[in-house]
Design a protein around this ligand. Structure first.
Ligand SMILES: Nc1nc2c(ncn2[C@@H]2O[C@H](COP(=O)(O)OP(=O)(O)OP(=O)(O)O)[C@@H](O)[C@H]2O)c(=O)[nH]1
Length: 295
């Protein structure tokens, strides 16, 4: 009998600073994972895809975790998060070994109780007394019916295989949704644009309902480094201040983080300039879309 192929969506959630990004990147195996979609099958925002022989793990970004809100907005965001988590196949709830705070507890009511939520205790490398682990985990398990617990160190790459196996066991049977090839055959300029888009989404994604397009307008490369000019196209003038942030702080952060990733990708110095352009109604206009590389 052949093993059935499994494929599904995985959301990695947790309070800030528990190591979600480190873990996701360690699981996917590369900092930058750009995927070519086989079909427009999903409304999820794809963070990255890991393809193994018998499984394809599609890691998604969960809306509502990107920005911080208060009061009524919080209640609404909680609904958004609950819905998003109900839509994925496996939820990985990351906590930090030995530490449990109100931020961790707040998430519990939002997690699906369908037997597909896994508790991941990260940063076990930093735990001083390993004997404390049992009582720590027992206390958390008493509060939520997790279907598995996996202690890991995302930073050191400890127990990641075990975690992937636990996730794999909970993915539904199905054919791969994405081509196995990821980064290698994509032009570096495309990846650079995608990196900037990713940073924008992470920082202000909740506030840009129609997203944005990033175009690389200038790319000059020689032995000493790369000079890149990128343009962020938004649909309305009102989105400009959102992207800029107070005193341009958002844009600075987006450019700086994207630049760091580009340096890692290209392994040479990068000079990056990012500016914003408003192009009204571009998303409706087919010709404009084609011009921007969307077929
Ligand atoms: N010692 C140790 N540190 C870790 C581990 N995983 C992540 N960290 C560190 O924890 C800090 C936060 O990691 P991130 O991956 O940015 O955490 P996050 O949950 O994505 O944070 P937010 O983006 O704020 O939600 C970083 O300084 C990481 O280097 C781990 O396994 N062991």
């Amino acid at each position: 009998m052949t093993t059935p192929h499994r494929c599904g969506f995985v959301a990695v959630v947790g309070r800030p600073n528990v190591g979600k990004s480190t873990l996701t990147n360690a699981l996917i195996g590369t900092k930058i994972s750009i995927v070519s979609r086989k079909a427009q099958t999903t409304r999820h925002r794809i963070h990255g895809v890991l393809t193994r022989e018998n499984e394809q793990f599609v890691f998604v970004d969960t809306p509502g975790f990107q920005t911080r809100h208060g009061g009524a907005m919080n209640r609404m965001m909680n609904r958004v998060v609950t819905q998003a988590l109900a839509d994925v196949d496996v939820v990985v709830h990351v906590v930090e070994a030995g530490k449990w705070s109100a931020g961790d507890a707040q998430l519990l009511p939002l997690l699906p109780k369908d037997g597909n939520t896994i508790l991941v205790v990260n940063k076990i490398d930093a735990l001083k007394n390993k004997n404390d682990m049992f009582s720590y985990v027992s206390k958390i398990m008493a509060q939520f019916p997790y279907s598995a617990v996996v202690p890991v160190s995302a930073l050191r790459g400890v127990q990641l295989e075990e975690l992937l196996n636990e996730i794999a066991a909970r993915l539904p049977e199905g054919e791969p949704m994405f081509e196995a090839d990821t980064l290698t055959d994509r032009p570096v300029r495309f990846i650079a644009a995608e990196l900037i888009r990713e940073k924008i989404f992470r920082l202000v994604g909740d506030e840009l309902p129609y997203g944005c397009t990033v175009m690389i307008e200038q790319w000059e490369e020689d032995d000493t480094g790369v000079r890149v000019a990128a343009c962020v196209l938004v649909e309305r003038e009102g989105y400009r201040p959102i992207l800029l942030g107070a005193g341009g702080a958002h844009m600075k952060r987006i450019a700086s983080e994207a630049r760091q990733d580009m340096i890692k990708l290209l392994d040479k110095p990068v000079h990056l300039e990012v500016y914003i352009k408003v192009r009204k109604g571009w998303s409706d206009r087919e010709s404009a879309l084609r011009e921007l590389g969307y077929e």
